[in-house]
Design a protein around this ligand. Structure first.
Ligand code: DP6
Length: 349
């Protein structure tokens, strides 16, 4: 027999960035962060997990290629979920798996990203969140989403925020064991429905410095990173929470843009410096800044993760349509690019 389940998890984009760990193995951050989760039909990971007595070991495929599950991160998530597995019964198929059986059963995991992997589009966030969620469902784990977020966090920090829709805060927590370093939902996906997220894929190449390595080098060498975490982020987080609560787009946009620029300033303050953005990213920033200034009030926010791709958040659909026109005019897609992948999806379209 074989028993399987499929889950889908969208990626999330931080508007107040997580950058820097205080514990590398438990993945505990040095500051709180806030993100917005995209709609599930765009930029998401779909993961099917299966269990069968005929499987002789745990195996995983990512985008149809087999990958190793031996990393500490995958192993920790698997262990945490397995230890919470409960009895599963499928009467129609005549299957009964006891709590004890799970210790000796192996799983096969098939995961697929509908967007470029490791190109600064938070693929690890959607991937690890989906990995944990799908396994938890297969194994009938009864923990709430907060607890599951603490497990997903151990796979990849930003993954903990992908278990919820809408706006999500990852509380850095204080405990050494990470039990209070969990994600909470600030507002659900209907709360600020006007916003439209446009992703301009500047490059779908894999980035040179992973987020994990980049933030480690930054913590080790930047003189500014601790100052940001302790003195700057707490107020930025509080202000961002208020902007979200009251649908205050001008404050939201100013905070998101300045936090993104601050994060990239930390990357430059790393030795050797890390350049995630490229000339096109810089030109996009220039274009949005100019537009926002001309309007007298921000219409579009930009934010860039560990890669050159721009995440642009328009205040409504009308602005999003103008934004697309401007992007296509100033940054014509490469002739080989299919338009759907040039400007991909959004939160509400
Ligand atoms: C720039 O979550 O990918 O996207 O915890 O080492 O797996 P690890 O790092 P990861 O870092 C994400 C960094 C970021 C900002 C963010 O998403 O908050």
């Amino acid at each position: 027999w074989i028993l399987m389940t499929t889950a889908q998890t969208p990626t999330n984009i931080a508007v107040i960035k997580y950058w820097g760990k205080r514990d590398e193995s438990l993945i505990l951050p040095i500051n709180d962060s806030i993100s917005v989760t995209l709609d599930p039909d765009h930029l998401c990971t779909t993961t099917t997990v299966a269990v069968s007595p005929s499987f002789d070991r745990d195996r995983m495929w990512l985008n149809k290629k087999e990958i190793s599950l031996s990393s500490d991160r995958y192993q920790r998530c698997l262990r945490e979920i397995r230890s919470r597995a409960n009895e599963v019964e499928d009467e129609k198929k005549g299957i009964k798996i006891t709590k004890k059986d799970w210790e000796n059963l192996h799983v096969h995991i098939d995961s697929y990203n509908n967007f470029p992997t490791a190109a600064g589009l938070a693929s690890s966030a959607a991937g690890l969140a989906c990995f944990v969620f799908a396994l938890a469902r297969l194994m009938n784990v009864k923990e709430d989403l907060g607890k599951l977020s603490a497990i997903a966090r151990q796979g990849s920090g930003s993954a903990c925020r992908s278990l919820y829709g809408g706006f999500v805060k990852w509380n850095m927590g204080k405990n050494d064991d990470g039990s209070d370093s969990i994600a909470v939902q600030l507002a659900d996906e209907k709360h600020w429905d006007d916003l439209v997220i446009v992703i301009a894929v500047v490059s779908s190449q894999q980035k040179e410095t992973s987020s994990t390595a980049g933030m480690r080098e930054c913590v080790e060498t930047s003189k500014l990173i601790q100052y940001r975490a302790k003195e700057v982020v707490p107020k930025q987080v509080a202000d961002m929470e208020a902007a979200i609560k009251y649908h205050d787009f001008p404050s939201f946009a100013r905070l998101a843009c300045s936090d993104s620029n601050q994060f990239h300033a930390l990357c430059l303050d790393t030795s050797p410096p890390i350049f995630y953005m490229n000339d096109t990213s810089h030109r996009i920033i220039g274009c949005i800044e100019k537009w926002n200034r001309a309007e007298g009030s921000p219409q579009v926010a930009y934010t860039f993760d560990a890669g050159p791709n721009a995440v642009l958040i328009a205040r409504n659909r009308k602005v999003a349509a103008l934004l697309l026109q401007r992007l296509l005019f100033h940054f014509p897609p490469h002739p080989d690019t299919d338009l759907d992948s040039y400007v991909t999806g959004d939160k509400s379209i």
